[in-house]
Design a protein around this ligand. Structure first.
Ligand SMILES: NC(=O)c1ccc[n+]([C@@H]2O[C@H](COP(=O)([O-])OP(=O)(O)OC[C@H]3O[C@@H](n4cnc5c(N)ncnc54)[C@H](O)[C@@H]3O)[C@@H](O)[C@H]2O)c1
Length: 305
C-alpha cells in the first residue's frame, strides 16, 4: 500500500463508465486515489443517458476496497462541469487531477457533415475539456497544485478521413493543454496529453469492408483499453513533477513522445515577396519539406506487437 503512486490524491475521470476512461479510473483507485467516476452514459454518437456504466465502475472500485463516487453530469455543459468538480471537493475535500476523457464520435465525410455533427462533437470534446479544466482551475489556483491529463487522438495530430469534427476538436485540446501549462505553471499546475489507442466501441464503429481493413481491425482488437492507463496515472503522480506541456501516444506496450510544431525551413528575400517570386523561388525551396497528405495509419504504418 505504501508504494501506491497516487495514494490519497483525488481525481476526476470523465467518460469513466466505459472503455479507456473506465480502465484509467480503476488503475487510479488501485494506486490509492479517490475517484470521481463521471459518465453521462451516452451512445457513441452522444445520444441518451444511462447511469449504469458509472455506477458499475464505482461498485467495482468499492468492491476492491477503493474509494469512488459516481457523477452523471455532462461535460458539455459549463454549469454541469462545475458540479462534477464540486463533487470531488464536496466528497473528498480537494481535487488533484482531472482526466478529460469523455468523447463522442460522428464520422462523416466533410462535404456531408451537418452543423449538428460538428457542433455536438466540439461540445463534448473541446468545450467539455475547457469546461472541466476551467472549473478545476479555480481550485488548483487556490490549492497551488493540480494536474490535467487530456485524452486526445492521433486524428488531432496526424489526421484521418471523415473526422474533420473529431480531429479539429482533439487538435484544439492539444493547444488548450499547452496554454493551460503556460498559464498555470506558476501555480504548480501541469497539463499533458495522451493520444490513446484501444479496441472499444469507438474503434469498433470503424467499417471493415476489404480483407485489408478486416486484418487491421483484427489486429486492433488485440489492443486493450487498460494499456493506456499506466501513463495517465503516472502523469498525475508526483513522480511526473517535471512533465508539463507534453504530448504522448500510447499503443499497447509502446509509449511515444510526439513532436510539437517547430519551423522546418525559412527563406528570406531582401526586397520582400510577390506572389510571382513565391512561385519561382519559395515554392521550389520549400517543396522538399512539404508533408505528404498522410493519415494516422501512414504515420504509424506498422502494427503493434
Ligand atoms: N478507442 C481508441 O482507440 C481511441 C483513440 C483515440 C482517442 N480516443 C479517445 O479516448 C477517449 C475514450 O474513448 P473510448 O474509446 O473509451 O470511448 P467510449 O465510447 O468507450 O467511452 C467514452 C465514454 O464517454 C462518455 N461520454 C460521452 N459524452 C459525455 C459527456 N457529455 N459527459 C460525460 N461523459 C460522456 C460515454 O458515455 C462513454 O462511456 C475519448 O476521448 C476518445 O476520443 C480513443
Amino acid at each position: 500500500v505504501s508504494n501506491r503512486i497516487v495514494q490519497g490524491k483525488v481525481v476526476v475521470v470523465t467518460g469513466a463508465g466505459r472503455g479507456i476512461g473506465r480502465e484509467i479510473a480503476l488503475l487510479f483507485a488501485k494506486e490509492g486515489a479517490r475517484v470521481v467516476v463521471n459518465d453521462i452514459g451516452a451512445s457513441l454518437a452522444g445520444e441518451g443517458a444511462d447511469r449504469t456504466p458509472a455506477k458499475d465502475v464505482v461498485r467495482l472500485i468499492r468492491d476492491g476496497g477503493g474509494e469512488a463516487v459516481a457523477s452523471h453530469d455532462s461535460v458539455a455543459d459549463f454549469g454541469a462541469a462545475q458540479r462534477i468538480v464540486q463533487t470531488a471537493v464536496d466528497t473528498y475535500g480537494q481535487i488533484d487531477c482531472v482526466v478529460n476523457n469523455a468523447g463522442i464520435l460522428r464520422d462523416v465525410i466533410f462535404h456531408k457533415m451537418s452543423f449538428d455533427d460538428w457542433d455536438s462533437v466540439l461540445k463534448v470534446i473541446l468545450y467539455g475539456a475547457f469546461n472541466m479544466s476551467r472549473a478545476a482551475a479555480t481550485h488548483f489556483r487556490r490549492q497551488n497544485r493540480g494536474c490535467f491529463v487530456h485524452m486526445i487522438s492521433n486524428s488531432g495530430l496526424a489526421g484521418n478521413v471523415g473526422q474533420a469534427n473529431y480531429g479539429a476538436a482533439k487538435a484544439g485540446m492539444v493547444m488548450l493543454s499547452k496554454h493551460i501549462a503556460l498559464d498555470m505553471q506558476r501555480f504548480n499546475v501541469r497539463s499533458n496529453c495522451i493520444a490513446p489507442s484501444a479496441w472499444t466501441r469507438m474503434t469498433g464503429s470503424i467499417p471493415a469492408t476489404t480483407p485489408d481493413q478486416a486484418a487491421r481491425v483484427a489486429q486492433r482488437a488485440m489492443v486493450t483499453p487498460d494499456k493506456n492507463a499506466p501513463l495517465a496515472v503516472f502523469l498525475a503522480s508526483d513522480a511526473a513533477g517535471e512533465v508539463n506541456g507534453q504530448v504522448f501516444y500510447t499503443r499497447m506496450n509502446e509509449i511515444f513522445l510526439m513532436s510539437q510544431s517547430r519551423p522546418l525551413r525559412g527563406l528570406h528575400r531582401q526586397e520582400g515577396w510577390t506572389p510571382q517570386t513565391i512561385a519561382e523561388h519559395a515554392l521550389p525551396a520549400l517543396r522538399p519539406c512539404f508533408y505528404p497528405l498522410d493519415r494516422n495509419q501512414d504515420v504509424f504504418s506498422w502494427d503493434p506487437v
